[in-house]
Write a protein that binds this ligand. Sequence first.
Ligand code: DCP
Ligand code: MG
Length: 609
Amino acid sequence: MPSDFYEEEEFQGQLNGNVFKRIGGLMRPHWRWVTGFLIAVILVSILDAYFTYLSKQIIDEGILAGDTAALQRILIQYGTMIIIQAVAVFAFVYLVGVLGEKVRYDMRQMLFNHLQKLSLSYYSRTPVGWIMSRVTNDTERVADLVTWGLLDSTWGVINIITAMGFMFAINWQLALIVLAVLPILLYVAYEFRKRILDQFRKVRKVNSKITASYNENISGVRVIKALGREDENLNEFKVLSSDMRRFGYRAAWLSALFLPSVQIISAFALGGIIWYSGAHVGTALLTVGSIQAFVSYMTSILWPIQDLARVFAEMQRSLASAERIFSLVDTPPEIKDKPGAIDPGTIQGDIHFEHLSFWYEDEMPVIKDLNLTIRRGETIALVGSTGGGKTTIVNLLCRFYEPKRGRILIGNHDYTDLSLQSIQSRIGVVLQTPHLFSGTIRDNIAYGRLNATPEEIERAARLAGAHRFISNLEKGYDEEVGEGGVLLSVGQKQLISLARAVLSDPEIFIMDEATSSVDTLTEAAIQKGMDAIMRGRTSIIIAHRLSTIKRASRILVIEDGQIAEMGTHAELLKLKGKYYNLYTRQFRFEREDAYDVFKDAAAAQPLEG
Ligand code: DCP
Ligand code: MG
């Protein structure tokens, strides 16, 4: 999946402790759980080390000394410790699970909340895959770091310290040998882990390219066959596939080499211990039990060392994840309520655009010093060639973006003095590419007014001209749409969006008409729905259909971010200017012809229903 490409960026930030501080901030509200879990982990690892010490005592003071009383005493101690440890193990596994869920929950809420606040400009700049990767992969990785990472490293460090402590208690000369080897072991383990991770990352990267290639070759199979591209594509695929195999081989080679290397190094330490004890065994300083205990301690620190190495190696990626999550959370919404923003209660009234200028990213003006008054209840049609700025005007009115220069007045208020909620909840928008959410058709119509009754929903659908096709579906209003649901055409989706707008009873209605051709029946239904909603309401329609344009009280030709012509259909035709050209070139041949054909067909064959 392409989202994988975004996922694998390395940690870019400076390790100034800021990331750590903020990760700490994630855990602060749950400090009780963190403390409880750290206590449990420390207890478990100290007891672990103590068991080995008891084994030494069992051998030296019990078995070898033939002292059954001592043996009994030690065994009772052993049994008690086992029970305590069992409880502690239960506690830390449970606590780490709970802590993980708490941190995940917090991060999910934090991100979701923030994503809802971010402005449209952020979404047009940022690939969806990138954002998705933050909410899914990165939260997982950070949650893992603050739970299992913390657990493994605490456990590892405490285990090594306690084992070393016991070793020093038994025999400091031997302990020094182990202490000398320790950093070497840690370093070697870390280097291996890092290289293995690198290889796996490469494998994943190539794998996502392979997935993309499968995808293209399957969905584009007709074009590929038509152009006879099979051989070339196979060759391209071969390169990817053998890359993946090569990285996989290397990962296998490194993984295989890892354990033996660690073992050989620790074998040297063991060799040193045995060589030293050969000279001293039997003396009071070095009993058989101590040698046994030493070897146990020695092997028991091998696992914590590997764990530490793994945590350190993975930490880089987890920090990169945390960094990205924080950068997303730190992105300020470009459009937000001013302090003291008001809700005027209604936004009915005239709309004024005053000396409005706007540009997106670069400072190339898209709207240039636009002046326009839209009277209350008026229907305005925006027409013009592609890229002229029609959608931008609508985006500005909805306050998805704000003017860079000039201002927009809604009912005598500069709209930046009003709250976003007060504006956006009173504007009904039907987009060019309508979006349906997963759920039933009923849910989708009720999206903007959750408390609507089934009767109200059906009424809205009837007004919008959507009822007919909905009732033809097997489950009617209860039909699931979206992923895995019933497949709807663009026209049908627009009808549902229209019904949604009708139900929400907006004060201003905005529609970006679909340019894609819909069948003539659906087109007639859309027209009917639009008539219903535009009646008595300020409406702004980006129009492609002649039938809509003719209904508008005023037509605005938008060219190059400015109003090139303005007037009614008849006035503008008489002018023989831009509209006349547009109309004769585009609408008449594309739209009116289709419409005439439709009218003829409808006359010959009356519509059912
Ligand atoms: N533009 C941009 N960044 C965006 C959106 C648009 O730079 N996020 C640019 C592309 C165009 C100009 O702004 O040059 C105007 O775009 P519009 O979408 O407003 O144009 P129209 O809606 O008039 O075009 P169409 O009829 O194709 O929908
Ligand atoms: Mg547009």
